[in-house]
Ligand binder design. Structure first.
Ligand code: NAP
Ligand code: MG
Length: 495
């Protein structure tokens, strides 16, 4: 593993927005409280951000409610709604370098990832949903009797959106895109670790002409600001991405008001390599599948199943590639891996690494901290892992791969599916029939064949089992923000 020394960011982003954004205004928290957001590469404070709580969520819901119930958004010509969303895309494009730098500063991900992937993908999702705004249609239905029956597709109302820290701006875009296209209004809570790009995006939305109150952003903590959103009677739907534990709390609390819920949660995704696979591609797929974004991906390929006959050769190459990964300053051009997002995640991952060793797996590479400042962890590969070990069962959410062997296909399918999760899976083989058979038998919301982490605004993404419910992206993602209304007109007396 190469360690990259610190350098100054090429574009040092300016921190412009640190307050709550409610009803088109920037304001401090009602309590006057703030919290620090940290640069995980240096552990230094980047900025103090207003800490929203119940009173602020109340104000945000009131603004969103007004914007929805009496404001122009849901009544505006749908095409114009799409046009305003496209204007937002143009403003993102104009500031893409600064947004990328801000994202890397707050989250720690390599600048090259933010610039080449996160921000362009966020833009693409908003652009894709801008196209949907004027294509949301109902149907006419031939019911019995002398009636004209049709359906209208209407926005679900005010939506509470709670997002995590692993892809801050991208998660905001995934949530805003379908909500805005549908004509909903939004109260969003970004993760406490990474509020800055979401706040910047809100400023750009305002500049684009999206009316006041349509998007409200309340940074703060989960058990206070987050819980206030979940419990608020003025909110019609919650969209949440994060951990299963938090989703359970949200589901219980949302029960009182029977809010609509969509959840995108974690995973322990199997990445399966058959002996006939193109090994170069599979090795790269295994590497990217686990290490992308410092391993902080809900769909990380954290269980690598390798067929017996190629196991040792594959492991050698996967280990070599992990060793050669460059870890260090997110702003250095050569960096492939930055720090974990915060100390809590760092400690949690290091705890899993110790547990892996204690339970008898072989730490083939990595396993330690990098440097003594910032939350950097060596790319880590465990071999000789068995299915019952904790590192093969629980989501680690870090750069830690567990390699498992298989020989029998039926047994493999059973083992791959023997998890409470079901977000993603991948299969590497040249045999078309095998690929399709596996795609059918794996219990996961996404199955990649001879590729990994291919996500697109148009393709639905979401989980089976405890990886969540509902889908994001594509037409399915839009459905979650729409109600279907049936309108039946009597034609009595008309011939
Ligand atoms: P988390 O607690 O689920 O956080 C996700 C979001 O939910 C954050 O905005 C969080 O606020 C908020 N939240 C927390 N408690 C809440 C509550 N009671 N009511 C409403 N909102 C609440 O996740 P985490 O603690 O940051 O990370 C823990 C683990 O979750 C990770 O190690 C990983 O396994 C998993 N995770 C999965 C994803 C994913 O993409 N599926 C993303 C992140 C984490 P705060 O900012 O205050 O935490
Ligand atoms: Mg948390």
């Amino acid at each position: 593993m190469a360690v990259v020394a610190a350098s100054k960011p090429p574009v040092r982003p300016q921190i412009r927005q640190t307050q709550l954004f409610i009803g088109g205004e920037w304001r401090p928290a009602h309590s006057g409280k703030t919290f620090a957001t940290i640069d995980p590469a240096t552990e230094e404070v980047i900025a103090q951000v207003a800490e929203g709580d119940t009173a602020d969520v109340d104000a945000a819901v009131q603004a969103a409610r007004e914007a929805f119930d009496t404001g122009p958004w849901s009544r505006m010509d749908a095409r114009h709604r799409g046009r305003l969303m496209r204007r937002l895309c143009d403003l993102i494009e104009a500031e893409i370098d600064e947004l990328a730098a801000l994202e890397s500063l707050d989250n720690g991900k390599p600048l090259s990832d933010s610039r080449r992937s996160d921000i362009p993908m966020a833009l693409d999702v908003l652009d894709y949903y801008a196209g949907w705004a004027d294509k949301i249609q109902g149907a006419t239905i031939p019911i019995n009797g002398n009636y004209f029956c049709s359906t209208r597709r209407e926005p679900v109302g005010v939506v509470g959106q709670i997002i995590p820290w692993n892809f801050p701006i991208l998660m905001a875009a995934w949530k805003w895109g379908p909500a805005l296209a549908a004509g909903c209004t939004i109260v969003m809570k970004p993760a406490e670790q990474t509020p800055l790009t979401c706040l910047r995006l809100a400023r750009l939305a305002q500049k684009a002409g999206i009316p006041d109150g349509v998007i409200n952003v309340v940074p703060g903590f989960g058990p206070t600001a987050g819980a206030a959103i979940v419990k608020h009677p003025g909110i019609d739907k919650i969209a949440f991405t994060g951990s299963g534990e938090t989703a359970q709390v949200i589901m219980r609390q949302a029960a009182d008001s029977l809010k609509r819920l969509t959840f995108e949660l974690g995973g322990k995704s199997p990445n399966i390599v058959f002996a006939d696979a193109n090994l170069d591609a599979a090795v790269l797929g295994a590497h990217v599948g686990i290490h992308l974004n410092q391993g902080q991906c809900c769909c990380a390929g954290s269980r690598l199943f390798v067929e017996d006959s190629i196991h040792d050769a594959m492991v050698d190459r996967v280990v070599a590639m992990s060793r050669s990964r460059t870890v260090g300053d997110p702003f250095a051009a050569a960096t492939q891996q930055g720090p974990q997002v915060d100390r809590a995640q760092f400690d949690k991952i290091m705890g899993y690494i110790e547990l892996g060793k204690r339970e008898g797996a072989t730490c083939a590479t990595g396993g330690g901290r990098v440097g003594d400042r910032g939350f950097f962890i060596e790319p880590t590969v465990f071999t000789n892992v068995s299915d019952e070990m904790t590192i093969a069962r629980e989501e680690i959410f870090g750069p830690v791969l567990s390699v498992l062997r298989f020989s029998d296909v039926n047994e493999l399918v059973q083992r791959a599916n023997a998890t409470k999760f079901g977000l993603a899976a991948a299969v590497w083989t040249q045999d078309v029939a095998r690929a399709h058979d596996m795609a059918r038998r794996l219990r996961a919301g996404t199955v990649w064949i001879n590729c990994y982490d291919v996500l697109d605004a148009a393709a639905p993404f979401g989980g089976f089992k405890q990886s969540g419910f509902g889908r994001e992206l594509g037409a399915a993602g839009l459905d979650a923000y729409l109600e279907t209304k049936t309108v039946t007109v009597s034609l009595a007396g008309c011939g």
